[in-house]
Design a protein around this ligand. Sequence first.
Ligand code: 3HC
Ligand code: NAI
Length: 693
Amino acid sequence: MVAITEAVSLEKQGEIGLLWIDNPPVNALGYPVRKGMADGIAMAMGDAEIKAIVVICKGRTFCAGADIREFGKPPKAPHLPDVLTVFDECTKPVVAAIHGTAFGGGLETALSSHFRVAVPTAQFGLPEVKLGLLPGAGGTQRLPRLIGPEKALPMIATGNPVGTAKALKEGLIDEIVEGDLAEGAVAFARKVLAENRPLRQVSAMNEKVEAARGKPEIFSEYRKVIAKTKRGFEAPEACVKAVEAAVHKPFAEGLAYERQLFTELMSGSQSAAQRYYFFAERQVAKIPDIPAETPQLDIKRVGIIGAGTMGGGITMNFVNVGIPVTLMESKQEFLDRGLATIRKNYEITASKGKMTAEEVEKRMGLITGTLAMEDLADVDLVIEAVYENMDLKKEIFAKLDGICKKDAILATNTSYLDVNEIAAQTKRPESVLGLHFFSPANVMRLLEVVRAEKTSKIVLATALALAKKIKKIAVVVGVCYGFAGNRMFAQRRRESEKLILEGALPSQVDKVVYEFGFPMGPFQLYDLIGNDLGWSKENSTGSTIRELLCEQGRFGLKAGKGFYNYEQGGRKPLPAPEVDQLIIDFSQKKGFDRRDISDEEILQRCVYPIINEGAKILEEKIAVRPSDLDVIWINGYGWPLYRGGPMFYADLVGLDKILAVMKDFQAKYGDDFKPAALLEQLVKEGKGFKDLN
Ligand code: 3HC
Ligand code: NAI
């Protein structure tokens, strides 16, 4: 074994040279790997004994792509496309031996090899688009040549990987290795030599791309798909253009075009946001005083109280990963209704062919319904999801304390209430925390883990590990009204409601917020959630627009009318001139001198107070770091990923500009816009939120 760089070495097994890559944790293609690969091929070429080369990785995976940490810094030669040209043009056969994930530049390395073999569990993908990029080392030119543009397009433009079986079927790999990968790959290389097989240079395979010429519908149809699913994102369109170039241009020209598109995307703000988010999502799990080795409790059975909207969805999370649940309700009819809803959800999934009927029964079989709290005596974790009522929650926690086993964790799914106060009802406040799921709880990936004053480290570490197990992105937050997400969200709610009193109409506010990149504007969202949330006829005072709408039965989408009108069964908001008139009349009656409000002001008022509240949350140490707030907003509130989250966006706009606008609004509209001390301080110090991550 000869070391070529600190990350690459060359081993000789007879006439086969094994180029080993060892760059933990994921063999990213950083400088020592690129240099080692280029020099390693040169060394193997210069060694007359070596007749074929196997490229193989140590550790958990084949190369997972370029080293994202190097992006944004001056690139250091040898550049990956040049290294891969060396692979492509190597006159001895190069076999890529793949395990784990051949992603991004890793898959491009495999595509530049002459043959590919893989273990049955390997995955193949070009996820660059998820980083706001496109494959920049020949992936957009080689993959369509190997498997055809129709199959390559979705892989490149969605970034979703395929497994070994599909890869074999589509011709992406040549053979599956069942046993030891190195042995199997060496045997494959020997077979190539013995059979004197010609080198299969993917760059020279033109048959499949030529067959796609004169079929523009391949691209126009796909553009329709991304227009719907990837609205606002720049990278997917660049991916389509690059594959189009693969079809219409010679390889070298296509490669140059890919490079041009890659460079443009790399220097843009969308990719910067998406790369930032990649690390933010991984950073969020790291809590400074909870080291990875913190002991954890074993959660074998979960108890859930309340089988309503949230309790049902929360239950599904656990049974989906095989953890049995005892689901407790106050009345048989509510329990039956809750169980029926869960079953219906699974049956819908099954009807789409995504789950078998046996699997539905298996999951339902993991749920034990009960009306007796005593049945929670043996669970390791309870999640309470009853009505948002402090007295009720306190009563439940006091009872649970007497029933549950000694170190069972007691969690509440409250949206706003004081978790310290709830914990104080028990003799084990160290075992109490908030687990704030988002609706629909079986779908939304965000989970706010509310760390109360006395929550123990073991309990927190257990909750974080469990969140990962049920595939949630857990963000640790402290106790305050609405925690981090809803507290910031309340700012937009207040401003949206004020804006329609001052002169805007719901459709204008919604258009601005939608065009910024949210899936929908605030008023469409209110209609979706239901305007009657927390409203009752008896207590209606008629003093807000929302109450007036409820008094007219305009509860929102479910009633077919709210801020907008809806066709029966339709979800598309249609104009409701009667509501616009109601708003105009009401605001005038209230003494507002309605004015034209610019789109710019609407956007600033819907977004800057969110950022300002985020700054307050950081000041109060409710959140660990600014990027955690971005993770919350992207996963829980529809903030467009390509804008990186409110705190990232704030740095992009410039904190000095945001502060100046907030001060201007404060002077005009009052203290709702009072700048956070942290915002003032960062501006004074010439810093950004990024300096606090
Ligand atoms: N560059 C640098 N660091 C990377 C990395 C990369 N490409 N991929 C993963 N890492 C780091 C992570 O940040 C994490 O670091 P940490 O432990 O310090 O937090 C560590 O490796 C482990 O990663 P995960 O926690 O994500 O581990 P998993 O086992 O859950 O997932 C994975 C492994 C599937 C490989 C996942 O990390 C992944 O999807 N990585 C990104 C792959 C990617 O986007 N590749 C394309 C890069 S762009 C490119 O190749 C451009 C080219 O076309 C020119
Ligand atoms: P829901 O009204 O749909 O469900 C509450 C359920 O609790 C009902 O089925 C009710 O019968 C049951 N229940 C009431 N008292 C009980 C008792 N003593 N014992 C057992 N069951 C009892 O309410 P939803 O929306 O599921 O909310 C539950 C909690 O989750 C609240 O604290 C809420 O703030 C929070 N939450 C709600 C979200 C949402 O979008 N709906 C999002 C995140 C949190």
